[in-house]
Design a protein around this ligand. Structure first.
Ligand SMILES: Nc1ncnc2c1ncn2[C@@H]1O[C@H](COP(=O)(O)OP(=O)(O)O)[C@@H](O)[C@H]1O
Ligand SMILES: [Mg+2]
Length: 390
């Protein structure tokens, strides 16, 4: 059975408990509100649920507030429950932007289907962007890149970027962000059936000036979460955040199989033969599963003097090298030891590369040219040299 996530649902003006009972039996969690609450929900400053079900079995006409609600909150879908399908009410509903009307006799399957239809129809508008990062081999710098992409995107959209460390156990993202999570991705994966915004937010840690983090677990986890759960988690996260970055373990096939809702999968290699060979295998497998268009190749810890160059890598892997992240071991280690991502530190070649990579992946404007600190004539000469290299 596939695992699905459900929207937050508010039931308004329910006549009895039948609506809640049916939705509850379908695994959906609902909040009940009085008919008089509709006005407050429709206000532009309100944050209504993703789906609002209005019980109109005691009403003969559509309340005008429904049109206001749809206008002010286009991402909130509305389902009406009525005694019978009255043509005038149906026309009013259509004009107000309501597409689902469920008449009596009320059944669980009719309600479930109506909620499913409005929920799926909404998806393209309100889903955030998901970027997955996976290394060709351990140690190539994949986690560092994932952490810094999420950090840059959090700067762009404070409170709207999430990093998920998909390593069920002993992932490093929390360390790099200096975060001390109480809960982990394992809690989220074990509870995909009850994910709602409040519960999800209780699992993530908020990193000051950084992304929210759903961290790896520090207990040993045996077994794999399964692709369905990964898919459900990522789908839910994308509904809740504008940007979601995934730090993906390359060895767990079920996780690699659950990346359907990911727009870009960034494969990280360095100039080591083993990383490149594994990168090529990964690209082959992922392009069969998701198509090549979603795949992006990045070269990390770049060393200009290394024997293998970017063209060799592109040829072997079968993708152009779209991003190059310079090697700066000292800066990388300092960042981990201080629990402060590289992108938060002083501008240098590494921070500039990470920022422009994040901005370009997210389809945002090109980054402003950020000059390393300069001092007098010497600084200006260095600056000129640096910008030529970049
Ligand atoms: N651009 C870089 N330059 C130099 N060292 C780096 C760079 N990125 C990461 N490192 C270092 O490489 C090691 C592995 O990094 P990590 O991001 O954990 O890799 P992975 O997730 O691929 O295993 C760490 O010691 C880290 O500090
Ligand atoms: Mg890692």
């Amino acid at each position: 059975m596939s695992v699905v996530t459900f929207p937050q649902i508010a039931v308004i003006g329910a006549r009895g408990r039948d609506l809640e009972t049916h939705l509850g039996s379908a695994g959906m969690r609902v909040t009940s509100m009085a008919a008089s609450d509709l006005l407050a929900l429709a206000h532009p400053s309100a944050r209504p649920s993703q789906v609002v079900i209005i019980d109109l079995r005691d009403a003969s006409v559509l309340p005008p507030t429904v049109a206001v609600l749809r206008r002010n909150h286009p991402n909130t879908a509305v389902v009406l429950v009525v005694t019978h399908l009255d043509p005038t009410l149906m026309l009013d509903a259509m004009r107000s932007g309501v597409t689902e009307i469920v008449p009596e006799p009320l059944t669980q399957s009719a309600l479930e289907a109506a909620v499913g239809r409005v929920w799926n129809a909404q998806e393209p508008d309100n889903a955030g962007q998901v970027i997955a990062v996976v290394g060709g081999k351990g140690g190539v710098g994949a986690t560092t890149i994932a952490v810094n992409l999420a950090t840059v995107l959090a700067r762009e959209a404070p409170g709207e970027a999430l990093l998920i460390d998909l390593h069920p156990a002993q992932g490093d993202a929390a360390l790099q962000l200096g975060a001390e999570p109480r809960f982990s991705v394992v809690d989220a994966l074990e509870n995909t059936h009850r994910l709602d915004e409040a519960y999800f937010r209780s699992l993530v840690v908020v990193v000051k000036k950084g992304p929210d983090l759903l961290a790896s677990s520090d207990r040993h986890v045996i077994g794999s979460p399964g692709a369905d759960r990964v898919r459900a988690l990522v789908e839910f996260a994308a509904r809740t955040y504008k940007y979601v970055v995934l730090d993906v373990p390359r060895t767990d096939l079920s996780i690699l199989d659950g990346l359907d809702n990911t727009q870009q999968v960034v494969i990280i290699v360095n100039q080591e033969l083993s990383a490149i060979r594994n990168g090529a295998r990964l690209v082959e497998a992922l392009s069969q599963r998701y198509g090549k268009d979603r795949l992006i190749l990045a070269l990390a810890r770049f060393d200009k003097a290394a024997e293998i160059g970017t063209e060799d890598i592109a040829r072997v892997v079968g993708l152009p090298v779209s991003h190059v992240v310079p090697n700066d071991y000292r800066a990388a280690v300092r960042a981990v030891n201080q629990g402060q991502p590289i992108a938060m530190g002083e501008p240098n070649k590494l921070t500039v590369a990470l920022k422009s990579m994040a901005i370009s992946l997210a389809g945002l404007r090109p980054p402003p040219v950020e000059a390393p600190p300069s001092a007098g004539l010497l600084g200006r000469l260095t600056l000129r040299r640096t910008s030529q290299v970049l």
